[in-house]
Design a protein around this ligand. Structure first.
Ligand SMILES: *[C@@H]1O[C@H](CO)[C@@H](O)[C@H](O)[C@H]1NC(C)=O
Ligand SMILES: *[C@@H]1O[C@H](CO)[C@@H](O)[C@H](O)[C@H]1NC(C)=O
Ligand SMILES: *[C@@H]1O[C@H](CO)[C@@H](O)[C@H](O)[C@H]1NC(C)=O
Length: 764
């Protein structure tokens, strides 16, 4: 990526002149108790009883490991000397107090671990300046208070882990500012009260771990969890004695266990409106007072599978609010008005299937050896409590059979199946998540997953699949997340998703797809996220994405596009996150993003060789929050004034020409107080100086009002560019991959089920 210049090569041409001002010309500093790796730029000072952050760590260090010291208190600006850190480990340092601004200046830090210290209060400005942080671990401290705004600067954080602390209470808006949080871990605290807006504003959260707390919520009678992107509500998820009104509307629920609310006996109103529920089972006993069940806005399919619910509702006097979405003769009909006998399965096939499943339910096959109560195939491990079965990395060449019918997670990754024949998964209709990564799969036969009517997550990543027929996904009415990254697709599997009406996220990263042809997404009408990073796409047909009008995430980074596929975007009014990094787009015209003017929130245009952006910004609208333009060939930057909501911008590594045409940028910088990372490349005498710190603009017409820049003497040039570290780019998709993996770990852990009295709210 870059090479450090050796002292000799630097000294020769520069002798005498700049010698004193070039820190890189000295041998790198290494504090005496530490081990320093000059190539990886890491400094390790573990278990040394250090009482302060060593002051002589080399400025260019990227990873600093200070575990096992005796630091007690982190003062303001403790890491001011090391602005390039991406990883900082501070476990077991007896830290009691993190002062306001302790981490100020660490704008590149991605990972911060403060576990196993004695921190008791998180102050309002404890984490200021950590504008790139993705993971923050504060487990095993004594945290009992989170001051308002403590996390307000952490707009990129994905994971916040606060397990094993002494939190008793979460106040309103405690997590304000965590705009990208995916997973919040609060397990093993003493929480007994959550303010009604404790989790307000966390629109991106998809996991909330609250196990091992003391949540009785005795006073809470109404709980509003609406607008969280949860997909599944597990057994006994909501366990609150006095709860009468529960709002779970506008989420992404695809399924809920019939015992999901059975530990909330006071429930009278349950709002499940505006989810993705197609079928709902009757609730188990446990909610004798339930009077209203709101189901409006769900794609409820009124066939024989809905009959048990309708019958139960009549019997238990529960009013169902909502309408049927299908089949056509019942479409739009009020659920209350449909008589149970009308709820039939129409086709021969569906009828047979229903009967087959009914028979399966009634008569458990008596073929098992009597001593084994749990059904589990040879060479596999089945956890009965957790409903998880795994045969990971066991060298199976055929999909094993004979799993327990209530298996919910089936992990078969790392075997040698080569192909998946039809009906490979009989009798496991409750599986929610199926893992088939790294199984050398070349072909998936039609009907391979027949009968898996509860499947929501299907992982087929890291196989050798190069084509798929629509029939391959037959019988998966609920499939929501499909992973096909790292396969052998050179052509987009057009039409393959026709039978997946509920598909929300499609992962096709790291294949070699070269084109997106017209109607590529035929049938995938509800698709919200399409991930195509790391392919070879050089053409997107204007009609390629037409069917997926709800798309909000489109990742096309690392492809071979030569222009923004504006026409293809023209039918997509909802895209919020568009990534085009690493393509070869030299010019972005004024209308390039016009179709997305109102929707776009994050736009990635970095590392593309971009030379000019003509007026496009003025049409991006005021909604844009993040704009990435680093690593391009921009000499000028378009006027950014119209982007009034911008929170993150990166202009680093562009050959900016610091002269009057750049004045609008300079004025904008003055106005917005954002870190823009804009550096002059020309004229030569200003090379390497921050746009904000040079005088030239004051002399330009309109620049008179700019403040003078005191005390910046031209000769105090900083370390030359070539010696600055460029930490590896951590793209969103990489992190997402990690998050998914860790999510999986948690799902797998049988411990989460352990304590029966534990109150859990979500299980995604
Ligand atoms: C650190 O302190 C502990 C206890 O005072 C002592 O046992 C240990 O040897 C010290 N370690 C170092 C590296 O000085
Ligand atoms: C991958 O696809 C290419 C053609 O697209 C084919 O030639 C090759 O054999 C495939 N590889 C495997 C392992 O199937
Ligand atoms: C794609 O490949 C790149 C480079 O090997 C890797 O960093 C990234 O994690 C991969 N992404 C996915 C989703 O597989």
């Amino acid at each position: 990526m870059y090479s450090r210049l050796s002292p000799d090569t630097l000294l020769l041409p520069l002798i005498g002149l700049t010698f004193l001002f070039l820190p890189a010309a000295h041998p790198a500093k290494c504090p005496k108790q530490c081990v320093c790796d000059q190539i990886q730029l890491t400094v390790t000072c573990v278990n040394k009883n250090l009482t302060e952050v060593p002051p002589t760590v080399d400025e260019i260090t990227v990873k600093l490991d200070l575990r096992g010291n005796d630091i007690q208190e982190l003062p303001t600006g403790a890491f001011r000397q090391t602005p390039y850190l991406t990883h900082l480990s501070l476990q077991r340092c007896n830290i009691r107090r993190v002062k306001e601004g302790a981490f100020r200046g660490l704008g590149r830090l991605v990972f911060l671990n403060l576990a196993s210290n004695n921190i008791d209060i998180l102050y309002q400005e404890s984490f200021d300046g950590l504008s790139s942080l993705k993971q923050l671990m504060i487990d095993r401290n004594r945290v009992e208070e989170i001051q308002p705004g403590a996390f307000s600067q952490l707009g990129f954080l994905n994971l916040l882990s606060l397990t094993h602390n002494q939190l008793v209470y979460i106040p309103n808006m405690a997590f304000q500012g965590l705009q990208n949080i995916k997973w919040l871990r609060l397990s093993h605290n003493s929480l007994n009260y959550l303010d009604i807006e404790a989790f307000a504003g966390l629109f991106t959260l998809n996991r909330l771990s609250l196990d091992h707390n003391e949540l009785q919520l005795p006073g809470v009678t109404r709980l509003d969890m609406g607008y969280n992107p949860m997909t599944y509500l597990g057994e006994e998820s909501v366990s609150m004695a006095k709860l009468s009104h529960l709002f779970l509307d506008h989420m992404s629920l695809q399924d809920l266990a019939n015992t999901a609310v059975s530990k909330s006996p006071g429930l009278t109103h349950l709002d499940l409106s505006h989810n993705q529920l197609r079928v709902i089972q009757p609730f188990s006993d446990g909610t004798p007072n339930l009077a209203r069940l709101h189901l409006a806005g769900n794609p409820i399919y009124c066939n024989c599978y809905m009959r048990p619910l309708r019958e139960w509702a009549i019997r238990s006097k529960v009013k169902l609010v909502g309408t049927c979405a299908g089949p056509s003769h019942l479409s739009g009909e009020m659920l209350e008005a449909v008589h149970p006998p009308e709820l039939r399965c129409q086709t021969q096939e569906a009828m047979l299937k229903a009967e087959f499943e009914e028979a399966n339910r009634r008569a458990p096959p008596p073929t098992e050896e009597p001593e084994s109560k749990v059904k589990c195939p040879a060479n596999c491990v089945c956890e009965i409590e957790a409903h998880h079965s795994s045969c990971e990395n066991r060298g199976h060449t055929k999909v094993p059979r004979g799993f327990s019918p209530d298996t919910r997670l089936l992990d078969l990754r790392g075997n040698n199946f080569h192909y998946i024949p039809s009906n490979s998964f009989p009798g496991v209709s409750q599986v929610v998540s199926l893992h088939l990564q790294r199984c050398k799969i070349v072909e998936v036969e039609n009907g391979a997953f027949n009968g898996m009517k509860g499947l929501i997550y299907l992982y087929l990543s890291e196989n050798l699949i190069s084509s798929l027929s629509p029939e391959a996904f037959k019988g998966l009415p609920q499939l929501t997340y499909l992973h096909l990254e790292k396969n052998n697709f050179s052509v987009f599997p057009k039409g393959a998703f026709k039978l997946l009406p509920g598909l929300l996220a499609l992962h096709l990263e790291n294949n070699s797809i070269a084109k997106l042809e017209a109607n590529a997404l035929n049938g995938a009408e509800s698709l919200r996220a399409l991930y195509l990073t790391g392919n070879a796409v050089d053409h997107v047909s204007p009609k390629a994405l037409e069917q997926a009008a709800d798309l909000d995430t489109l990742h096309l980074a690392g492809n071979k596009l030569k222009e923004v596929p504006t026409e293809a975007l023209s039918k997509l009014g909802n895209v919020k996150d568009l990534r085009l990094s690493g393509n070869v787009i030299r010019w972005v015209g004024p209308n390039a993003f016009q179709p997305l003017g109102n929707s776009l929130r994050e736009l990635y245009l970095d590392h593309m060789g971009l030379e000019k952006v003509s007026g496009a910004c003025s049409r991006l609208g005021p909604g844009l929050r993040s704009l990435f333009l680093e690593g391009n060939q921009l000499e000028e930057v378009p006027d950014l004034h119209p982007l009034t909501s911008l929170e993150v911008i990166n202009l680093a590594d562009n050959p900016l020409m610091c002269d009057c045409p750049l004045l609008p940028l300079r004025l904008w910088i003055e106005k917005v107080n954002l870190k823009v990372r804009a550096t002059c490349a020309n004229p030569p005498e200003l090379k390497g100086r921050r746009v904000k710190d040079v005088h030239v603009f004051k002399a330009c017409p309109g620049g008179e009002a700019l403040p003078s820049v005191p005390g910046i003497a031209p000769k105090r040039a900083k370390t030359p560019k070539a010696t600055k570290p460029k930490p590896a780019h951590l793209g969103g998709s990489v992190m997402q991959g990690k998050m998914l993996k860790s999510n999986f770990k948690l799902r797998k852990s049988p411990k989460t089920k352990a304590a029966k009295k534990t109150k859990r709210l979500s299980k995604v």
